[in-house]
Write a protein that binds this ligand. Structure first.
Ligand code: GAL
Length: 430
């Protein structure tokens, strides 16, 4: 068992006991202190594109006369935000709404802290609006406890066409083409692949390579079923090997770099490409760049027919104050309004959480994402992101992050050893 998994496990039980049991009265007492009609919203959207996108939600809530108390915790993929959320919950004072994604919604539901959104869901017809895979994720114990904002696609490659042209290369569609393009780009003085060396960014890149080399069924066997044989297989070893080779294409400044600064390297023409989910598109949009001409999007090599999804959602905590509760219900309702969905998702880079909206005004990358999402749902090649909390419990995910990052950065660890470690970590899940 890794140290991180041990420490998360030792934290989880006390958190469950503390929050669900002994301190419930303290939790209830603190709920009444919220200012009337105000919702405190925890999220991690602090980059240029993200801040613009979340600003539209704040404005909309305020236009209905409610208050928005911003609780932004910087840090890509929300690792820091989740730590802060746990400590707020442990002190009996969770925010009224928090960005919580994937199976973690269930973990919070089990603690008995989430409110019930069934009434607004019925009034607004969420059962009809949301695809079953999305709706299921928003329910705990059969009741709606969260509301989805969007669908992000993770397996995207972003490129600066001027840089590619200058180096005489095309957008690569295979890993060999990518490595060959890398040589030409280096020769021409560019960083081939912009990257930020943070565990979640390493995991984001890694999962796209696994999908590319193994396909959707293999990916699910490994990351959803946590099948040990699959995790130790030759295909996984090959994926680990290709993944680490990508370091050849990255620059020395990558350790610790935030994802949006890596995107900025592509925007500024210092780097040619970046593998990142389509929140990167929010940065190109914020820089006034147009999809298809100023920047290009393409599926990560070998994943054109597949779609790694990452759904952002807000879970609502139980409230006692009637005004605050009303504001919270308004927030849940507004999030799925068609107009908000269109505006927010254009700025955020994602596609709407509801699939009935007209995409004709959207940019070419968003249109492609929606088409591919629908196609992948039909061909069963839609898979949940590991790096973005969609695929597995948070303790196993934390252990996977450690193994992936450690392997990526330490050449003394072999691909075979890393595969074995993933398999061992998976065995702890049962
Ligand atoms: C993801 C999240 C996105 C985006 C990204 C970078 O986990 O779903 O909305 O914000 O992190 O922080």
């Amino acid at each position: 068992m890794t140290a991180r998994l041990r420490s998360i496990r030792s934290l989880r039980r006390p958190l469950a006991a503390l929050v669900a049991g002994a301190s419930l009265s303290m939790v209830a007492a603190s709920f009444t202190t919220a200012q009337a009609g105000e919702v405190e919203v925890l999220h991690w959207w602090t980059s240029g594109g993200e801040a613009q996108a979340v600003g539209t939600l704040r404005d909309l809530l305020e236009s209905e006369g409610h208050g928005w108390k911003d609780f932004a915790v910087a840090g890509g993929a929300g690792d820091s935000a989740m730590t802060v959320l746990k400590s707020r919950a442990m002190s009996g004072n969770p925010p009224s709404a928090a960005q919580i994604n994937g199976p973690e919604i269930q973990e919070w539901g089990e603690l008995g802290l989430l409110g019930n959104l069934d009434e607004v869901a019925a009034e607004e017809n969420w059962d009809e609006l949301l695809s079953p895979i999305v709706a299921d994720m928003m329910r705990h114990d059969g009741h709606y406890v969260a509301v989805p904002v969007n669908v992000h696609r993770v397996n995207w490659l972003w490129a600066n066409p001027t840089v590619l042209e200058d180096a005489g290369v095309e957008v690569p569609t295979t890993w060999n083409e990518l490595f060959a393009a890398g040589d030409a780009l280096r020769e021409a003085g560019y960083v081939p692949l912009a990257h930020g060396g943070q565990p979640w960014q390493d995991a984001t890149t890694f999962e796209t390579v696994v999908l590319s080399l193994g396909g959707a069924d293999f990916y699910r066997q490994a990351f959803v079923e946590l099948d040990q044989e699959t995790l130790e297989s030759d295909t996984m070893i090959e994926a680990l090997t290709t993944f680490r080779r990508l370091r050849e294409l990255m620059d020395e400044g990558m350790p610790g770099r935030d994802w949006n600064l890596a995107t900025k390297m592509v925007i500024d023409g210092q780097a040619a490409m970046q593998i990142m989910g389509d929140w990167a598109k929010g940065e190109f949009t914020a820089a006034n760049m147009q999809a298809g001409s100023d920047y290009l999007c393409a599926p990560v090599p070998g994943t054109a027919d597949d779609f790694i999804f990452n759904i952002d959602s807000f879970a609502m905590f139980q409230l006692e104050d009637a005004d605050a509760s009303e504001a919270q219900t308004a927030l849940a309702r507004l999030i799925l309004q068609p107009e908000f969905q269109q505006t927010f998702n254009q700025l955020k880079g994602s596609i709407p959480a509801r699939s009935d909206l007209d995409m004709s005004e959207s940019d070419s990358c968003a249109q492609r994402s929606m088409d591919d999402f629908k196609a992948a749902s039909e061909t069963d090649t839609l898979v949940p992101s590991v790096a973005h909390r969609m695929a597995m419990r948070s303790d196993v995910q934390g252990a996977f992050f450690d193994i992936i990052t450690n392997y990526f950065n330490d050449d003394s660890v072999t691909a075979e050893q890393a595969a074995q470690r993933l398999s061992q970590a998976a065995s702890l899940a049962f």
